[in-house]
Each structure stands twice: as structure tokens, then as C-alpha cells.
Write a protein that binds this ligand. Structure first.
Ligand code: NDP
Length: 252
């Protein structure tokens, strides 16, 4: 099968791209910037492909940019002669107390996790519909009901939106023989869960005020996340789940 996976520079995306290629598929690992920030990931994927003799290629695919998405899908279809599976894996989160989030931050989390999948669908679905088969797979989250741990509301809300989108599209796309599914991982210590990462923090000053008021709450959140993502939770299990879903015959 010919597969495109978004956000494949690291974490579940990179692991799944490799596992899918090892399973005999032609895999296009989408990364947002092949020559800049993702250049090491491109080199790693090429080295993996050469070492394991698998068909793993990278393609520039910035899910925030419709032109980039359109160009990537066109490249895949022309290069590989079709497209069978799309994996919506790209995502990001911002951590912080409610009053610290700007509407723009909430929108950016929603854009990467939800709106971006529509950019990819608009480019990819005409090909799947024309050929009368295919699979669209979203990488969601178990945390769609939100609540705990705190400070992650925009991310939980975005994953809930993704969940609804995936389920809502299922009946519509089934008419064209296109399957839709969502894989919902629990908590793992891959990139999205690096909550301490500076780029993931909402307004530090407001977060500091919360710390003063609620003393240690951020630490408690960190501890809770560590509990949710025990060090022995193997993210490769998510990649294996994605391979199993892709391998499952249509309609089952
Ligand atoms: P990573 O941070 O390792 O992966 C996120 C990927 O998304 C990166 O490759 C990142 O690229 C990419 N990305 C972000 N913005 C864009 C963009 N505009 N265009 C293209 N790619 C983009 O985290 P994970 O592997 O943990 O997360 C992968 C998915 O799994 C996400 O959707 C996440 O929400 C979901 N998930 C994660 C869980 C966990 O516990 N880790 C649990 C449940 C779901 P770049 O390297 O360029 O930043």
C-alpha cells in the first residue's frame, strides 16, 4: 500500500512510518521542513530505509500550509502512482492555566490537531474516492473527555474535535469504499508529552501566579503525567497498533 503519514519527524509518526515500511508498504513520511528543522529526521529515515531495505521516503508536508499539503499529495500520487492510506499524526499542545492561554494559542493547538487534517483530506480524498478504496486514520487521544490532568484544556478539546470529525466522516466516506478510523493512544513519553518544553508553555507570568496561589500544582501535574506515562510504556506499541489497523482488510 502507498501511505502518507503527517508529523513523521519524531515520536509516533517516525516510529509508525518505519514500522509500516517494514511491513512492506511504500511510506511517505511527511515532515514540515525537509532542509531546516527536520533535516536530521530526513537523514535518519534515509539511513533506516537503506539499512533495512524498505521503501521509506520523506516528503515535505507542512500541515499548516494548504499549498505544502497539496504539493506533497500531488508528489506522492505522481511518484508512487496512487495513494491508499492517510495517517493524520501531526499534533502539538500548549501547557498552562486557563487564563494564560491566548485565543491564538488555543487556535494553534486546534489548527494542528484538527483543521490541518482537513487540509490533508481535501488534497487526498479525491484520489481515494476515484480509486474506490482507502483508509484515513487519525491519531487521537484517550483524553477527549478532558478534566485531568489540568492545564491541558486546549489540547483535550482539540483531540475531542478530532475524534468527532473522524467518527462523523466515517459514514460519508464509506459510501466510496474509504474506511475511517481513529487510534487513541494513552500517555507516552514521546515529543508531545515533553510538557516542560519552553515552546509548549503558555504565559509564564500567569503560570507563576497560579504556582504562588496553588503551590506545587505544576509539580503535581508533572507527577500525574509521569504516572500516566510510566517509563516502561513503549511508544512502539502505538506504531504496532497503526500497522495492525492498516493491515486489517477494508470494512472490518
Ligand atoms: P511528537 O512531538 O514527537 O510528534 C509531533 C509531530 O507533529 C512532530 O513530527 C512535529 O513536527 C509534527 N508537527 C507539528 N506541527 C506540524 C506541522 N505544521 N506540519 C507538519 N508536522 C507538524 O509527539 P508524539 O509522537 O507524542 O505525537 C504524535 C501524535 O500522537 C500527536 O497527534 C499527539 O497528539 C498524539 N498523541 C500523543 C500521546 C503521547 O502521550 N505522546 C498520547 C495520545 C496522542 P516537528 O518535528 O517539525 O515539530
Amino acid at each position: 500500500m502507498i501511505i502518507v503519514i503527517t508529523g513523521a519527524s519524531s515520536g509516533f509518526g517516525a516510529m509508525s512510518a518505519r514500522a509500516l515500511a517494514e511491513a512492506g508498504n511504500t511510506v511517505y513520511a511527511g515532515v514540515r521542513d525537509t532542509t531546516g528543522r527536520n533535516a536530521p529526521a530526513v537523514a535518519d529515515a534515509a539511513a533506516f530505509a537503506a539499512e533495512h531495505g524498505v521503501d521509506l521516503r520523506t516528503v515535505e508536508l507542512d500541515v499548516a500550509d494548504q499549498d505544502s499539503v497539496d504539493a506533497a499529495i500531488a508528489t506522492v500520487v505522481e511518484d508512487a502512482g496512487g495513494l491508499d492510506v492517510v495517517v493524520h499524526n501531526a499534533g502539538h499542545m500548549v501547557l498552562g492555566p486557563t487564563e494564560a492561554f491566548t485565543p491564538e494559542q488555543l487556535a494553534s493547538v486546534y489548527d494542528t490537531n484538527v483543521v490541518s487534517t482537513q487540509r490533508v483530506n481535501r488534497a487526498a480524498l479525491p484520489h481515494l474516492r476515484e480509486q474506490g478504496h482507502g483508509l484515513v486514520l487519525w491519531v487521537g487521544s484517550t483524553s477527549t473527555r478532558g478534566g485531568t490532568p489540568p492545564y491541558l484544556a486546549p489540547y483535550f478539546a482539540a483531540k475531542a474535535g478530532m475524534d468527532s470529525l473522524a467518527v462523523s466522516y466515517a459514514a460519508e466516506l464509506a459510501r466510496f469504499g474509504v474506511d475511517t478510523t481513529i487510534v487513541v493512544p494513552g500517555s507516552f513519553t514521546t515529543g508531545t508529552n515533553h510538557f516542560a518544553h519552553a515552546g509548549h508553555a503558555a504565559d509564564d507570568a500567569v503560570a507563576g501566579a497560579y504556582e504562588e496561589r496553588y503551590g506545587g500544582l505544576m509539580d503535581q501535574v508533572g507527577a500525574r503525567l509521569a504516572e500516566l506515562a510510566p517509563p516502561d510504556a513503549d511508544p512502539a506499541e502505538v506504531a504496532r497498533a497503526i500497522v495492525r489497523v492498516v493491515d486489517t482488510p477494508a470494512g472490518q
